[in-house]
Design a protein. Structure first.
Ligand SMILES: [Ca+2]
Ligand SMILES: [Ca+2]
Ligand SMILES: [Ca+2]
Ligand SMILES: [Ca+2]
Length: 661
């Protein structure tokens, strides 16, 4: 299961030759998932007393046992020998610095044993005003972490490994194994916690974070890579009307967002938050299925963790295990009996509180009548594979129907109607359903064009092995780097976008379905990274295929007409006529009679060749050499040739893309 150096080498050598998902398929990959560990360090319980006992009255977590449970859990994970460990938030009880530091040490131990750990924050983990120590009948505030401190504490468990991090949240994407990406999505809302003096429990995507996440899914899936989502809150409802009744546990606008992400190719999200071991799926109208695997809490019965195996044929098995033994006095009971007993004893007060408050607003007596049935339902849901309600619970539900509280009975029944798949043991395929589309694209760049082809002055000395479109404004995350430049004919990296739109004028960020980096050769042909194959895209086109080609310091072009499949290949040559690019003669420059090229001089890649490209960029770097965006003719030197022959003659030109850039 582990990557031996020799196997890793095979992966690295073959990465340029085969579709990337086949690298995943060369061996099994084992992933463990833990959630809602809510680690509570023993040092925070200075003296047990009324303060701590009052807290426990309305809490379902095994906090006194937390240290012993975590020790056992980490030992079990080490014994599993996973390649990857995913942590879907609520790592600590209430964001205490000491608890985060202790958990980081546990994660370090996992990594010392060969796993790569990836964390996502939960609603308790950041800016938490409830971070306290308990001493008899009083509490003391203790240091807690803000977002920046969360990142620095867990920098080795996702943030430093990331290909790309979001600037508007703690979301990131990493590729721990070639062809397998982890997308950690920060859907928590901790910015106002100190103003409210309460950690906000609900979750959802800020609009710009959702756009960032969509692009990560596009970049991975259009490259044929597997991308696994990780977030704290549920991505889809785990029972009918969960969002209505337990609104804080499912992301806002979940139905719409899960449809968008599923249709872009996201198949799997690992979540937590509700403390239930539950698996559900949803299939969109377009026929795409997304799974939400919620992992129960390590400190709430049944104290589970998940084990995910991705086999060489890309079948994914999702199973689970329970923490079974801890170094703690559980009396005459096994730990599982003890944990269940604690939950059974703890649920009634919590459930009565829930039922007597909005949205239920039951009277105390009605709540007390309903509570045993409701508690049994929640207990069954936490444990997973709910089975059938007891006769007493059936009687309570029947009574609720007769007495005008049918909606509560419906809610309970929806939990018992456990949605597929099985919560503890299921299998699905991660294989891309589509055969890739082959794209054979030809462009020229005005800057390096000379006589009849482009120069290759940057190759090999200055051409980077890491693709240059990782940063703004492109933020491309489908690939980080290659091992070698495949050919002396290579001019530079380019970024190719596929769009699904009715016509060229409708192309926008919303029509984007695929992106890949490729090599531009001196004859204008764009190839895959092996230097000879066509670029491949794994998206089905429903309307028509339009292609945008971007270069880091030339104006982007869009095909004026849809690409047509011929001999299994979509071929498009932008160079043969002004009308091949949307916008016609304004979109490209005629470099020799009848040959058209992308317009040079856009140092800041904002779609406009302006004074800023000179004063803020060219002037600053003039005289320097290297792989520089101010080097418009790509000869490795920033000098007057770039200013006079490229920038000046194009000053005032704009990208002719419908959206302006
Ligand atoms: Ca279930
Ligand atoms: Ca289920
Ligand atoms: Ca510009
Ligand atoms: Ca130059």
């Amino acid at each position: 299961m582990k990557l031996l150096p020799a196997q890793l080498l095979v992966i690295l050598i073959t990465v340029n030759t085969f579709p990337s998902w086949s690298q995943v398929g060369q061996q099994g990959i084992k992933i463990c998932v833990i959630s809602d560990v809510h680690y509570f360090d023993t040092s925070l319980l200075i003296n047990d007393g009324t303060a701590f006992q009052n807290y426990l009255t309305y809490d379902r977590k095994l906090l006194k046992e937390s240290y012993a449970i975590t020790e056992s859990l980490i030992d079990s994970l080490i014994a599993e020998q996973p390649d990857i460990v995913l942590v879907s938030g609520d790592i600590t009880k209430d964001g205490e610095l000491i608890c985060h530091q202790k958990m980081a040490a546990y994660f370090e131990a996992l990594e010392m044993n060969g796993a790569q750990v990836f964390v996502s924050p939960g609603n308790h983990d950041i800016n938490n005003p409830h971070a306290v120590a308990y001493d008899g009948d009083v509490t003391y505030p203790v240091p807690s972490v803000n977002a920046a401190e969360f990142v620095s504490t867990y920098e080795d468990f996702g943030f430093n490994e990331a290909i790309l991090r979001d600037t508007a949240s703690l979301s990131y994407v990493a590729e721990p194994i070639p062809g397998l990406q982890i997308l950690s999505m920060d859907v928590c809302r901790y910015d106002s916690n100190y103003i409210n003096n309460y950690p906000q429990t609900d979750g959802g995507f800020k609009p710009q974070v959702l756009e960032w996440v969509k692009d990560r899914v596009i970049d991975a899936t259009s490259s044929g890579k597997i991308i696994l989502g990780l977030q704290h809150h549920n991505m889809i409802e785990h029972f009918t009307n969960q969002k209505l009744v337990f609104s804080e546990y499912v992301i806002d606008d979940w139905d719409n967002i899960s449809t968008i992400l599923a249709d872009l190719g996201l198949k799997v999200v690992f979540t937590g938050h509700f403390h239930a071991q539950d698996a559900v799926s949803k299939t969109t109208l377009a026929g795409n299925t997304i799974f939400d695997f919620e992992t129960g809490s390590a400190v709430t019965f049944p104290c589970p963790y998940r084990i995910v195996t991705i086999h060489p044929d890309l079948t994914m098995d999702v199973t689970g295990k329970r923490v079974t033994e801890i170094d703690y006095d559980t009396g005459s009971m096994t730990f599982q009996q003890y944990a269940k007993n604690e939950l059974v004893n703890g649920l009634p007060s919590t459930i009565i509180y829930l039922l007597t408050n909005p949205p239920f607003n039951l009277s105390q007596s009605t709540a007390e009548f309903v509570e045993p049935a409701f508690s049994e339902t929640i207990l069954a849901h936490y444990e997973g594979n709910e089975g059938s309600p007891s006769s007493n619970t059936q009687f309570v539900m029947f009574s609720l129907y007769l007495s005008g509280y049918g909606y509560i009975a419906d809610g309970m029944q929806s939990i018992w109607n456990d949605k597929s798949p099985d919560d503890w043991n299921m299998s699905t395929s991660l294989q891309p359903a589509l055969v890739p589309q082959q794209l054979n694209i030809t462009i020229l760049l005005q800057g390096p064009f000379s006589d009849s082809e482009m120069t290759t002055h940057l190759n090999p000395e200055f051409l980077p092995l890491a693709q240059p479109y990782i940063d703004l404004p492109w933020n491309y995350s489908g690939l980080s780097s290659v091992q070698q430049i495949p050919s002396p004919d290579v001019v530079d990296w380019v970024l190719v976008e596929t769009h699904d739109a009715p016509d060229a004028a409708s192309v926008s960020v919303n029509s984007l379905v695929g992106r890949r980096v490729g090599w531009l050769h001196n004859n204008g042909n764009i190839t895959a990274l092996n230097g000879s194959s066509n670029l491949q895209f794994y998206h089905e086109i429903k309307q028509a295929l339009f292609v945008v080609v971007r270069h880091r310091n030339h104006l982007a072009v869009l095909s004026s007409s849809p690409l047509v499949l011929s001999g299994g290949i979509y071929t498009y040559d932008y160079t043969t006529d002004a009308d091949k690019a949307f916008g016609g003669i304004a979109a490209q420059a005629e470099v020799i009679p009848g040959k058209w090229a992308l317009i040079a001089g856009d140092a800041d890649a904002d779609g406009v060749i302006s004074q800023m490209d000179k004063t803020d960029f060219w002037s600053v770097f003039s005289g320097k050499s290297g792989y520089l965006k101010e080097d418009f003719n790509l000869d490795s030197q920033v000098d007057n040739l770039d200013k006079n022959d490229c920038w000046r003659i194009n000053l005032g030109e704009n990208s002719q893309l419908p959206a302006g850039k």
